[in-house]
Design a protein around this ligand. Structure first.
Ligand SMILES: [Zn+2]
Length: 247
C-alpha cells in the first residue's frame, strides 16, 4: 500500500502507463480519506486508488502514475492461476494435496493420505480426464456444503436460531453472507482453508441471524459463539485473496 499527499498532474483516461503497458485504475472517493491511497486488489489484479473527498480524478491518476514502478513490482508478484488438472497442487482443508487422475470409468472422488513421508496426500479423481476439472470443482463444492452445513448447524443450535437455507457460491468479494430472508451463502473456496477458518466464517454468518450488522453487539455475540476468531480473520486477510487463483 502506498499513501501520499495529493500531487498534481494530468492524464485523460482511467489508465496509466506501467512499463509500457496500459493499466486501468479504479478510483474511489472516500469521505474520510485524508490522502491518496494506492492498493492492488490481488484477486482481480486491479490497481485501486482511494481519493479524499476533495481530491480530484486527475490527481488520483497522477498519484498512481508516479508509483508505476511500485505497481509493476506488485503486479509481477501476483500469483499465477492454478488450473484443476492432473498433477496440480491444491490446498484442501488447509493442507496441500496433489490432484491425481485414476484410470477408472466410474467411482467417486476420494482423498488418499500421503503414501511416503515426503509425499503429499492425494485427491483421486476417476472418470473421463476431459471432465476432471468440472468433477473436482463439483466435489469441492459438495465438500464445502457438507462441512459448512455441519458447522452452521452447530453454531445455530448454540444461538437457538435457524437459517432458511445454505447456498454455496463462487463469490469473489465475500466469503459468506446472510440475506434478509435468512439464507446463508458461502464461497466454495472455504473448503481450501484450514478448518478453523471455515468454522469462523460459518459462526460469523450465523451471528448475523441475530444481528444483521457489524455492530458492537454483533461482535460480542460472535465472540461468545467463537471466542478465538482473530487468528481466522487474520488468516483470511493474509491468504484469502490467493485462494482465488485455484480452478
Ligand atoms: Zn459480516
Amino acid at each position: 500500500m502506498v499513501v501520499a499527499s495529493p500531487r498534481t498532474g494530468a492524464l485523460s483516461a482511467n489508465v496509466i502507463d506501467v512499463e509500457g503497458r496500459h493499466v486501468p485504475v479504479k478510483i474511489r472517493h472516500h469521505p474520510r480519506a485524508r490522502r491518496y491511497v494506492l492498493k492492488i486488489d490481488p484477486t482481480r489484479g486491479e490497481v485501486c486508488v482511494t481519493a479524499p473527498k476533495r481530491g480530484s480524478h486527475t490527481q488520483a491518476l497522477a498519484f498512481a502514475q508516479s508509483h508505476s514502478q511500485w505497481i509493476a513490482e506488485r503486479l509481477a508478484e501476483l500469483p499465477t492461476t492454478v488450473a484443476f488438472c492432473a498433477g496440480a497442487e491444491i490446498p484442501f482443508q488447509g493442507q496441500p494435496h496433489r490432484v491425481r487422475h485414476v484410470d477408472q470409468k466410474r467411482g467417486v472422488i476420494r482423498v488418499q493420505p500421503a503414501l511416503e513421508s515426503d509425499g503429499l496426500p492425494e485427491i483421486l479423481v476417476p472418470g473421463d480426464p476431459n471432465f476432471l476439472a468440472r468433477r473436482l470443482t463439483d466435489w469441492l463444492r459438495g465438500q464445502a456444503k457438507q462441512e459448512l452445513s455441519l458447522r452452521v448447524a452447530h453454531h445455530a443450535s448454540q444461538l437457538n436460531v435457524r437459517p432458511a437455507r445454505i447456498t454455496i457460491r463462487d463469490q469473489s468479494s465475500r466469503w459468506g453472507s446472510c440475506s434478509q430472508t435468512r439464507t446463508l451463502s458461502f464461497s466454495w473456496r472455504l473448503i481450501l482453508t484450514p478448518p478453523n477458518v471455515l468454522d469462523y466464517v460459518a459462526a460469523h454468518e450465523v451471528a448475523h441471524l441475530v444481528h444483521m450488522d457489524h455492530s458492537k453487539s454483533f461482535w460480542k455475540c460472535l465472540g461468545l459463539l467463537y471466542p478465538n476468531y482473530r487468528p481466522a480473520v487474520k488468516w483470511l486477510e493474509e491468504h484469502g485473496p490467493a485462494l482465488h487463483r485455484y480452478g
